[in-house]
Structures are given as structure tokens and as C-alpha cells.
Design a protein around this ligand. Structure first.
Ligand SMILES: *Cc1c(COP(=O)(O)O)cnc(C)c1O
Length: 436
């Protein structure tokens, strides 16, 4: 079988580009995890991508499982998205005035997510999470928030406490520059620990504005909620008048069209969306119950705004992407590809001593280097062997597979990945694991 992906040359041009970038951009990158620092190497500079494949400036090709960290569920440079976006772009990139397309996207979101009655668009998930929290504080008249260790909700100050993603990768549990007083209002509890959660709620009962959670955390690597965990969060928050916020920036339109809330049948009060929602363009959204959303300016007293919010290009890319996701049996295909990968990997892992596990939901997965049977929370994730992971990552890269460059991130299968791609990936896994 001829491999789809080929590593022909060195990584010389990428190395040169990185050196130059570092002179003008802090760390040479515009988002820390891209630096490959956690895996002991330097980043690839990308020239282009198509479908499931990504190509670097040295002419190497890879099967991509980063997929821009989730948004490219249809694969890179999907022709249908591209065509619509070009058409819209010709009519003007941005107006700073309303367009009907924004209503169309809002309506689609409300149709797919029954918990969302009204929704506001932003330019990033970070902004959406930050604004949802402001809204929850205004609605309840309370100041404290509760988040789970290892969950990432963007980089707003109050959410950079025991955050996952890049913050986990670099072992900075809370960033410098975040005021102690701000951090004090953020309570953190281990994910999947309902007792600790109940204790925290009874201690802070009258002070908690909201509980924010990634229903399926993907920013400490993929972690699955224990049966009943999310249901209890819903019950307890409801009982105590606390706003429950599901951050579905990754899981929305990914684990199912209607996200984790569709899978688990739970209605949060507010939901945060992003990533797939913009079809590869910058976007975020927060929405939920009418009585909460109506507090937003200009109807209400909670200020929130954005020069490029509801940008026509991003909105169009989102609408086209979602309509394709609605029409086709894409989620069945993604599930199948994930199943094939999982059973193939189990076969490979069965022949090795313990030390590596796969955690997965549909097309979202992480390979953890752990001696434990399961990673249930941030502490478990941090106990993983990141050196073994780095060795594995570099082995995969050498074999033409572009996995997420950190133990604490998720990998994404797209609709353009083929069974042949999965087979090739499994072969590379087998070889790389033999050395890791
Ligand atoms: C990516 C992400 C965010 C932040 O979104 P940005 O668009 O990067 O600001 C928030 N929450 C979760 C769960 C994410 O994965």
C-alpha cells in the first residue's frame, strides 16, 4: 500500500521560518501550543491543506488530526464552503451593521439546540465564555463562579484558574498577571467528583453565580463524564438557583449535531459555542434562556459588544457547514471511522504491556500515556508520562501523521478522513508505540 503521506525532505524551511518568526512574534507563534515546545521539537510551518491532509513549507504531507483544533469537521478547504465564502466576500467583508444571515445562523442554532432561545455571536470562544459569565453574575446578583480543574474556557482572567489546554501543557495552573482578587472569585473542583462539587456548592451556596463546564472535557485530553455526573450538576444548580453553563466550543456540532447536551439529554441555562460554528473562520457564540439573554445590551444592563461580531464571512461559513452537517450522514461516518481506529488501536495495545490508553467520544480522541485504566480528571491527566508522549508524537510526525502536539489536547477525525487514512495512522501508531 502506497502511503498517502510522504516525508520527502527535511524540516529545514520550517526551522528557518520559526527562527525568523521568533524575532517578531513572542515565541514565534500566535497561540502557545503551536510552538511544539511540549513535544521537544519545533513547529511545522504550513503552506496549505486540503481534505484530511496538511502540507508544510518543506513539501512534506501529513494526515492531519489537529484540523485547526476542531473547526474543520468537513475537512480542509471544502469546496462548498469555499464557494459560498468567496461569493459573500465579493459583497463586502464587514459592515458593522446587521445582516439577515446573522438571524439565519441564530435560528439554525436555536433549532438544533432546544436549550438556546436567543444567541449572540462573538469573534471567539474566549469572548463568548467571558460574556456568559458576566451575564450569569448579572442575572443572579452573585459574584463567584465554579469551574472544573483542567477545563479550558478561553483566556479571560477569571477563567485562567487551573485551566487546561496550553495552560496545562506548560504547567501554569494560573497565569501571571491575573489578580489574586479575580482568582479568588473562581472556585475549582476536580471533574467527575460529585461529592467535592456538592461540598463546594453548600459552602458557597448564596455566592455562586454560575457553574461552567466542558460537558466532555477535551482540553486536558479527552475525559468522559462518569454516568450521572452531568445530570447531578443540572439538578444541584437548578435547586440552588445557579446558572449552569455548558462550554460546547469543542463538543458542539462535534460529538453530535446538538453537542454533548443532545447526547446526554441535558438542558443547560447557557451554552457557549465556537470552532465548528465558524467553519474555519473566527467566531464564538453564547446563548440560552430568554430571561437571561434579555439582560444583554441594548435590551438590558449587561454590556457586551464586538466590531467584527457576526462577521458576514464567518457567519456564511458557519451556515454552510451546519447545513451540510444536517443533511448528510456525517456523524455516522465519523462514528464508524472512530470505531475502526479504536478497535485497531486496542489490537495494537493488547500486544503491549499496560501504559497507553485511548479515550474517545465519536470523532474526538486522546491517546494517554498512563498506567491507570482511565483518566477521569486533571490530576490523572497530569500524572501521564509526557516524555513518552513526546517520543510517540515525534515518531508519528516522522511517519506522516500530524497529531495534536501535547498530551493534554484532543485529536479530531473529519468527514474527509478515509478508512485508508485510518489504517495508515494505525500502522504508524504500531511502529511509534514500539519505540515509545
Ligand atoms: C477553544 C476553546 C475555547 C476558546 O475559544 P477561542 O475561539 O480559542 O477563544 C473555549 N472553550 C473551549 C472548550 C475551547 O475548546
Amino acid at each position: 500500500m502506497k502511503p498517502v503521506c510522504s516525508i520527502k525532505k527535511s524540516f529545514k524551511r520550517s526551522a528557518g521560518s520559526f527562527k525568523l518568526a521568533k524575532r517578531f512574534i513572542p515565541g514565534g507563534v500566535n497561540s502557545p501550543v503551536r510552538s511544539f515546545k511540549a513535544v521537544g521539537t519545533t513547529p511545522l510551518f504550513i503552506s496549505r491543506a486540503k481534505g484530511a491532509y496538511i502540507h508544510d513549507v518543506d513539501g512534506n504531507s501529513f494526515i492531519d488530526y489537529v484540523m485547526s483544533w476542531g473547526p474543520m469537521i468537513l475537512g480542509h478547504a471544502d469546496e462548498r464552503v469555499e464557494k459560498s465564502v468567496v461569493r459573500i466576500l465579493r459583497q463586502g467583508a464587514s459592515f458593522g451593521a446587521p445582516t439577515g444571515k446573522e438571524t439565519e445562523l441564530a435560528r439554525l442554532i436555536a433549532d438544533i439546540y432546544p436549550s438556546i432561545k436567543k444567541v449572540r455571536l462573538t469573534s471567539s470562544g474566549t469572548e463568548a465564555a467571558m460574556s456568559a459569565i458576566r451575564l450569569a453574575r448579572a442575572y443572579t446578583g452573585r459574584e463567584k463562579i465554579l469551574k472544573f480543574e483542567g477545563c479550558y474556557h478561553g483566556h479571560a482572567d477569571s477563567l485562567l484558574v487551573k485551566a487546561g489546554s496550553g495552560a496545562a501543557t506548560f504547567g501554569v495552573p494560573s497565569s501571571l498577571g491575573v489578580n489574586k482578587t479575580t482568582a479568588r472569585d473562581t472556585i475549582t473542583v476536580p471533574f467527575n467528583d460529585i461529592e467535592r462539587f456538592e461540598d463546594a456548592v453548600s459552602e458557597e451556596r448564596g455566592n455562586l453565580a454560575c457553574v461552567i463546564v466542558e460537558p466532555i472535557p477535551a482540553n486536558m485530553g479527552v475525559v468522559l463524564p462518569k454516568p450521572g455526573f452531568l445530570e447531578r450538576l443540572r439538578q444541584i444548580t437548578k435547586k440552588n438557583g445557579i446558572v449552569l453553563i455548558f462550554d460546547e466550543v469543542i463538543t458542539g456540532f462535534r460529538v453530535a449535531l446538538g453537542g454533548a447536551q443532545e447526547l446526554y439529554g441535558i438542558h443547560p441555562d447557557l451554552t457557549i459555542l465556537g470552532k465548528i460554528l465558524g467553519g474555519g473562520f473566527p467566531i464564538g457564540a453564547f446563548g440560552g434562556r430568554t430571561e437571561i439573554m434579555e439582560l444583554l445590551a441594548p435590551d438590558g444592563p449587561v454590556y457586551q459588544a464586538g466590531t467584527l461580531s457576526g462577521n458576514p464571512v464567518a457567519v456564511e461559513a458557519g451556515i454552510v457547514t451546519i447545513r451540510i452537517l444536517m443533511r448528510n450522514k456525517i456523524y455516522d461516518k465519523l462514528q464508524h471511522l472512530g470505531d475502526v481506529f479504536e478497535s485497531g488501536l486496542e489490537r495494537i495495545l493488547g500486544r503491549r504491556p499496560r501504559g497507553v490508553i485511548l479515550q474517545r467520544c465519536a470523532s474526538l480522541f486522546t491517546i494517554f500515556f498512563t498506567k491507570d485504566k482511565e483518566v477521569l480528571n486533571y490530576k490523572d491527566a497530569l500524572a501521564c508520562d509526557t516524555d513518552a508522549f513526546a517520543l510517540f508524537f515525534r515518531g508519528m510526525l516522522k511517519r506522516g501523521i500530524y497529531f495534536a502536539p501535547s498530551q493534554f489536547e484532543a485529536n479530531f477525525i473529519s468527514a474527509k478522513h478515509s478508512l485508508k487514512d485510518i489504517e495508515e495512522t494505525l500502522e504508524a501508531c504500531e511502529r511509534s508505540l514500539a519505540r515509545a
